[in-house]
Design a protein around this ligand. Sequence first.
Ligand code: PLP
Length: 399
Amino acid sequence: MKNFDPATNIQRLDGRDACRGVNPAISDSATFTFPKAHLMTDTFHGETEGYFLYSRHWNPSNLSLCQALAAMEGTESAWCTGSGMAAITCALLHEVKSGDHIVASMTTYGGTFAFLNNYLKKFNVDCTFVNMQDLDAVKKAIRPNTKVLYTETMNNPLLRIANVPELSKMAHAAGAKLLVDNTFTPMIFSPYQLGADVVIYSMTKFVNGKNDCVAGAICGSAEYINSLIDVNSGTAMLLGPVLDPMRSSSILKNLHTLHIRMQKHGENAMYLAKRFKEVGFKYNYPGLPEHPDYALFNEMCNKGYGYGGMISIDMGTADAASKIMEIMQEKGVGYLAVSLGYFKTLFSNSGKSTSSEVPEEIQKEMGMSEGLIRFSVGLDHDIEATFQLIKESVEESKR
Ligand code: PLP
């Protein structure tokens, strides 16, 4: 960017540059003109810079958002998709062919699990699910045809942390790539800088933070992103999961407040964790020393953004969880809804919702209780009042 100093985040404007909107203009166009015919051909061959061909490939609004995402991740480039699942499926399909193998975390978002476990079978791609925290198990699962190690940095819904530097070494030693879904922990972890090859987001969650759309992102090296959008062989270009430019521009505006929102989500979740501990709830939060990955979290995180907005409590049974969630919604704790990263607190019973694609025996194997309530803690100003409402809801449910 002209006159932009990344060290200070200051952009000096002069001349005509000083006469424009503070937000990039929305580029509401599917196709773009070329001043010369040969430039169009050259762009098809990936031999030009600064020209736009067609919005399924690149669009100025998507580019503005992707430049901001790349700056956030410390990657050379990024590309945005119409949903988090579009980002995940596109990034995975780009790496594998029939006969290949993937090693994936047993604990992931249910849609990701279903894609790896069910859908990829259609293409004769096999997946071994392991406990990603058990590095020996990961090592044992790697085969000569393993092309991808796949994990979430903070997993859904158990909130365990993946050792990205170690997994990266293992992947690279085996000639495979490490793909990491960082949806729960933007700003907090920078997986690419820790050794991951590709970082994926469901921007539907914290990154956008407004629950007004679904969207996703794939971040990586310039070479990798260019290969994704290659007109002959790029999975993104050929499957066409691109994000609409109108949406890119609205997400970009929300991205500017992400660091503040992450701090507040984390501050509120930490407050609830401490209060849950005091009153003896069976809680799970990676920001307290009793969490098994507390030390790893501190080694890997970017300081100052907290420990994330996700927390869970275990109510023992699915019936107990349902009763408490209904009372919490009535009392105004937040909404009984899937998803996360919203300004209001959202809660759901993972086993019966966002992990319901995972067979019950695997839920048990990964240690997921059927009474688990996952909270995405909101930006509440008075979090003690929220805690009191949760406590009352739990007490009332037992009457
Ligand atoms: N990754 C994680 C960790 C998620 O929790 C979800 C959805 O809940 C997704 C990916 C899928 O994202 P989307 O719903 O935007 O397709």
